[in-house]
Design a protein around this ligand. Sequence first.
Ligand code: NAP
Length: 538
Amino acid sequence: MASVTPDFDAVVIGAGFSGMYMLKALRDKLGLKVRVIEAGETVGGTWYWNRYPGARCDSDSYIYCYTFDKQLLREWEWSERYPQQPEILRYLEHVAKRHDLKRDIQFNTRVTGGAFDEATNLWTVETDDGAKVTARYLIAAVGSLSDTNIPSFKGMGDFKGQIYHTSRFPKEGVDFTAKRVAVVGTGATAVQAIPEIAQQAKHLTVFQRTANYCVPARNGKVDPELVKARKDDYDGIVERIRDSFFGQEHYFIPRSALDDTPEQREEEFDKRWDAGGFAFWLSNYQDMFFSQEANDFCADYIQRKIRATVKDPEVAEMLIPKGHAYGTKRQPLDTNYYETFNKDNVLLVDAATYGGIEAITKKGIRAGGRDYEVDIIVLATGFDALTGPIKALHLKGRGGAALEAAWSDGPHTYLGISVAGFPNLFTITGPQSPSVLTNMPVAIEQHVEWVTDCIDAMQKAGKTTIEATPEAQDEWGAHVNEVVSMTLLPGANSWYMSANIEGKPRAFLPYLGPEGMGGYRRKCDEVAANGYEGFTLA
Ligand code: NAP
C-alpha cells in the first residue's frame, strides 16, 4: 500500500448548518486539517439559497440553532418565534465569525466529482474550477433539500417574462408590484410565499397539483418571561430534544384518538391548533400516523377549518386534500394562507378540477386547455430530496463504481451515514437517517458528533478506512422500509416517498424509527460502543 500524504485530512462539502459544525469539530476538537468546499458565496446553505418572500423557519427558534456552543445559546436573541431567512443567515454568519470558520472554507466553488483511490485509500475531489484535492475523509454536508427541482414543462424557454425558482431567488429580491404572477406548487415553501406575493402583486394565480393540510404557524414575539425561562433551562431543553422523537418538545398524546369522546377530541385538537406550529402534527394522538380512523378525525378537523375560512365553497373544496392521509406529507405552516384565497386578486387553478400544467407559453401558463397570462412565474416546485444532492456529487467508490448507479433504485445506506463500497465517506443527515423528520439542527449535531468520535477512534486505533458492510447496509434498508410500512406514510405521493419527481424510483427517503430521533441516537451509540458494528475497519 502506497503511503501518500493527502492535501487534507478531511474535505467537507457544503457550509450550511452541518458543514460549519463539521469543520469546527474536526479542526478544533481533533486538530485535523480540513477544507470545506461551498458553492455559495458565503455560509448558510439552505438559508443562503432560499430567499423567497416569506421564507422563515418552521421550527421554533429556541431549538432551531446549535447547542454545542452553550454560551451562544444563552446570548443569542431571536426576534420572533420563527425567524425570517435573513435573521437565520445573520446567525450563521455570526457563528462563522465567532469560531473563525471562513479561513477554511473555499466559497464559490462547486464539487463536480470525487473518486476513492484503492491504492492510496484517499479521496480525490474535483471542483468546477478544474482543481483537484486529496483527503482521507470525505464528508457530504450538502443538505437534504438543496437539489432544486425544476420541472421540464413544455415551452419553458418561450416565456417572455421572468421565471424564478424559490430556492434560487435573486439576492436583490423581486418586485411584484403591479405584476401578474403565477406560483406553481402548494408545498411548505409556496404556503409561506403565496400570502406575501398576493399582498404585492396585481394578480396572483396559484397552480395546485396536490392540496395540502396547512395548520397555523402563529408567529410573533415570544413572551420575554418565556424566553428567560427557556434560557435558564437550556440544559434540560437540550437533553429533551436530543432524546425526543422529532428533535422538538412535542410528544404524542399517549392514547388512541378512538378512546376519547368527540368532545374530548375537539378539545385536544383545539389546544394544538391554538398553540400553532407543529403541535397539531407532532403532538397529536399516538395512533394518528397508524390508524386511518384516528387520522380521519384530524383530517376532518382541518377540513372544517378550511371550509370556515375560505368564503367560496368551490375554492374551499379544491383546497381540501383528497388523496392522502393527514400528516403523511410535510406539514406546511400557514400565516394567512387560506385567507389569501378570499382576496379578489387571487385565483386558484387546481389540477384535479381544471387540469394540470400543459405548457409554458410566451405569455404565461397553459393549463386545462386555458391560457393564463402572467409577467412572472415563481416555481415553488421543491427539490430532488435527500438522494439528489449526494448523487449530484458524482462520487465513485471502490472499483470506480458510481454512486448514481448504486442508488439507481433508491438509496442504500447503513444508518443513513455511510454507503457500502464508499470507504471514509460520511453523509450528514443523509437518506435513511431521521434528518428531515426532525428539527434539523438536532439531527445534524448528532451526525457531526458521531462522525467526529468515529474518526477520533480510528486515529487512535491506527485505522485508515471505515466502510459499511453490504450485509449491515441491507439490514438497515430492510429495517427502514419495515418500520415505515407500519404507518400511513407510504400511501402519500410525497417527496418523503420520492413521488414528487417524475421517474424517481419510489422509495421512502428518511428514517422513521420506532423511537424516533432519540432511539436512532441510541442505536448509533450502540454501534460505536460495539467497535463500529456493521462496519469494516482496516
Ligand atoms: P414541495 O413540498 O415538494 O412542494 C412542491 C410543490 O410543487 C408541490 O405542491 C408539488 O405538487 C408541486 N409540483 C412539483 N412538481 C410539479 C409539476 N411538475 N407540476 C406541478 N406542480 C408541481 O417543495 P417545497 O414547498 O419547496 O418544500 C420542500 C421542503 O422544504 C418542505 O417540505 C420542508 O421540509 C422544507 N421547507 C422548510 C421550510 C422551513 O422550515 N422554513 C420552509 C419551506 C420548505 P405535489 O404535492 O403534487 O408533488
